[in-house]
Design a protein around this ligand. Structure first.
Ligand code: FES
Length: 57
């Protein structure tokens, strides 16, 4: 499922960034994948995916 349409980033890519690249915050995610760098519509959803992925670990 696409989370960030501006950068065409899916939930899978976000989970992978958290698990494999140590991304732990929205700011880091933006650095890695660009998520939230344009319109900002995706930030809430992206944040909850980060949180849930960390909890799952
Ligand atoms: Fe992510 Fe626009 S949908 S910045």
């Amino acid at each position: 499922m696409y989370v960030c349409l501006c950068y065409a980033i899916t939930d899978k890519q976000i989970k992978q960034a958290v698990r494999e690249e140590g991304v732990g915050s929205l700011r880091e995610l933006r650095k890695h994948l660009g998520v939230g760098g344009q319109c900002g519509t995706c930030v809430q959803m992206a944040q909850s995916i980060i949180d849930n992925t960390i909890i799952d670990e």
